[in-house]
Design a protein around this ligand. Structure first.
Ligand code: MLT
Length: 264
């Protein structure tokens, strides 16, 4: 489905009924990465997936935005869907946006799932990497970005055994607009450090991480979990950075358990 929010066309899906779950995808993917979670959860929950600005079916503008503006799109979507509070499930860049959303709209968050993400801001080296990636996107296109990103997105187990999954992720990345990749890179490089936000998070939170995630590794997940009072940390064996795609059963089981514990 498509909707106009904050002057942009945004692609989204809204399925099922019950407690709303709002899924926020990783860079440089789109909402199609959540297919296994939609299938596993939409019979019991209201599952909403959206293409963030610059991704999938959403408009891609070549301009400088902040991740707070992405969070404003999430708020505008839940307003349009008459949702008061949602469980936010953000993976990697989706997690950065969940932090931006919580900073601005804490009363709209029922619970948080922070998957394969980090609270710290970019280092000098990672900012330089963003500049190089934006340049690759501009000069060589989305396929070259996929070549660069695949070894960072998938864990050793998937890279070794899951040629089908590598092809699927390549297909998702290649279908995205390079404007979105460039704009995301600038927005992520400029995002604030969220470590001081952690102790102020009062909603139930689960931190998930793939055991083989070298992009946002276990140490980052442990630091986030230690910083947020009462947080649950779940490590997913045999998964890298895209833990929901690499080990969907374990990822979905952790989500089910967390939601059950919430009493939802
Ligand atoms: C992602 O998966 O969203 C990215 O790896 C995040 C990042 O580059 O920091």
């Amino acid at each position: 489905m498509k909707i106009t929010l904050n002057g942009l066309t945004i692609g989204y899906d809204d399925q099922g009924s019950g407690t709303p779950l709002m899924f926020l995808h990783a860079f440089p993917l789109n909402r199609s990465m959540w297919g296994d979670q939609v299938t596993a959860l939409a019979h019991r929950f209201r599952v909403i997936t959206m293409d963030l600005r610059g991704h999938g079916e959403s408009d891609a503008l070549l301009w400088h935005f902040s991740l707070e503006q992405y969070a404003d799109d999430v708020a505008a979507l839940i307003n349009q869907l008459s949702i008061d509070r949602a469980v936010l499930i953000g993976l990697s860049m989706g997690g950065y946006i969940a932090f931006a959303f919580y900073r601005k709209y804490p009363d709209r968050v029922r619970a948080l799932v922070l998957a394969d993400t980090r609270a710290a801001a970019d280092t000098v080296e990672s900012r330089a990497g963003r500049v190089a990636l934006a340049q690759t996107a501009f000069r060589h296109g989305a396929g070259a970005v996929a070549d660069l990103m695949l070894p960072k997105l998938l864990g050793a187990t998937s890279l070794e055994r899951r040629a089908d999954l590598a092809a699927k992720v390549r297909h998702i990345i290649s279908g995205n607009d390079i404007c979105g990749m460039i704009v995301d890179s600038m927005a992520m490089a400029d995002r604030p450090d969220s470590r001081s936000l952690l102790p102020t998070i009062t909603v139930p939170t689960m931190v998930l991480v793939g055991e083989e995630d070298h992009t946002t590794p276990l140490t980052e997940a442990q630091a986030m979990a230690a910083g947020i009072p009462g947080t649950k940390l779940v490590v997913i064996p045999g998964a890298g950075h895209l833990s929901n795609l690499e080990q969907p059963e374990a990822f979905n089981e952790a989500l089910h358990r967390f939601l059950e514990e919430l009493g939802e």
